[in-house]
Write a protein that binds this ligand. Structure first.
Ligand SMILES: C[S@@+](CC[C@H](N)C(=O)[O-])C[C@H]1O[C@@H](n2cnc3c(N)ncnc32)[C@H](O)[C@@H]1O
Length: 283
């Protein structure tokens, strides 16, 4: 471990980010050292950064369906100096005009194939730090459409945090993949943590709006099938989701523990309070 490792943590804000849940999750993480740790719904990777700091595995395989997110992780791992230089530029330029100019780049012909990958990563991190609520939302054409947030000093060029994250990402496999492709190599001695977009608790819940198309009830069923399939490979599995009858039915027969989160369950931001969530385990 280098000096940077201990300070490493999520470098993005993410809907459903798990930083505040780590304390409650600690008792569920495997005690023995594992071969490969898989996190296929990566988001801001709160669980990865925690487990990596505790050196829980020999190897780490991170993935997510969001290509902009995955590109940002890969560039941070491989080209941190160039990325930081561009973020310093965004920090200096930040304001309403700059925000919307950067946001509209994905409306141009040839996006994203012809765009420079480092510029794409810097754009992703810049928008994440300055948009409303750190929300990543795209329209049906894949165009980012979140308005600018109101922050006094958004940490766009957070060099210490980004370098610490870059250091612990060295040697880590990072892939853009949907869940049904991400789990092919998981096997005996491995550990997978699944944190899918949650089953909505009510109609106003926004927990399905993570990417174009959302994550439907059918996707939740397919995920439960994947869970059962990997379970047969003698791999340790842990999964988070809302505490609803549907989720409990999907994972009937497995160990189901209840934890409390402070997440927003209503479109009214004042209506916050502890909400039960489940952790499903096959051990
Ligand atoms: C609840 S968030 C994960 C949050 C993460 N644990 C954290 O701490 O920030 C769910 C993630 O699943 C991803 N996702 C949605 N559908 C997916 C799919 N079919 N396959 C893989 N990832 C998917 C989203 O892009 C999002 O990053």
């Amino acid at each position: 471990m280098t000096e940077n490792d201990s300070a490493a943590g999520p470098f993005l804000k993410w809907a459903g980010g798990k930083s505040s849940m780590i304390e409650q999750y600690q008792v569920f993480f495997p005690e023995e050292r594992i071969n490969t740790y898989f996190e296929p719904f990566l988001g801001s990777g709160a669980v990865f950064f925690y487990l990596r700091a505790n050196d829980i595995a020999r190897q780490y395989c991170l993935s997510d369906i969001n290509e902009e997110l995955i590109n940002a992780y890969r560039i941070l791992r491989d080209r941190p100096d160039e990325l930081l230089a561009l973020l310093a530029y965004h920090q200096a330029m930040h304001g309403e005009e700059h925000y919307y100019a950067v946001r509209e780049v994905d409306r141009m012909d040839g996006w994203p194939q012809s765009a420079d990958v480092v510029a794409r990563a810097a754009r992703m991190i810049y928008l994440n730090k300055t948009c409303y609520n750190g929300l990543w939302r795209v329209n049906s054409q894949g165009q980012f459409n979140v308005p600018m947030g109101r922050y006094d000093n958004p940490p766009i060029h957070d060099e210490e945090r980004l370098r610490a994250a870059s250091a612990v990402l060295q040697g880590v496999s990072i892939t853009a993949a949907p869940i049904n492709e991400a789990m092919r190599d998981a096997g005996a001695g491995d550990f997978v943590y699944f944190d899918p977009p949650y089953v909505p608790l009510n109609e106003t819940s926004d927990f399905t709006a993570y990417y174009e198309g959302g994550f439907s009830a059918e996707d939740q069923r397919e995920l439960a099938m994947i869970f059962k399939d990997i379970d047969r490979r003698r791999c340790l599995l842990m999964l988070s989701n809302s505490d609803t009858p549907f989720v409990r039915e999907l994972f009937e027969g497995y160990r189901i523990e209840t934890v409390q989160s402070q997440r927003r369950i209503n479109s009214n931001a004042d209506n916050r309070g502890p909400v039960d969530e489940v952790v499903v385990l096959n051990y």
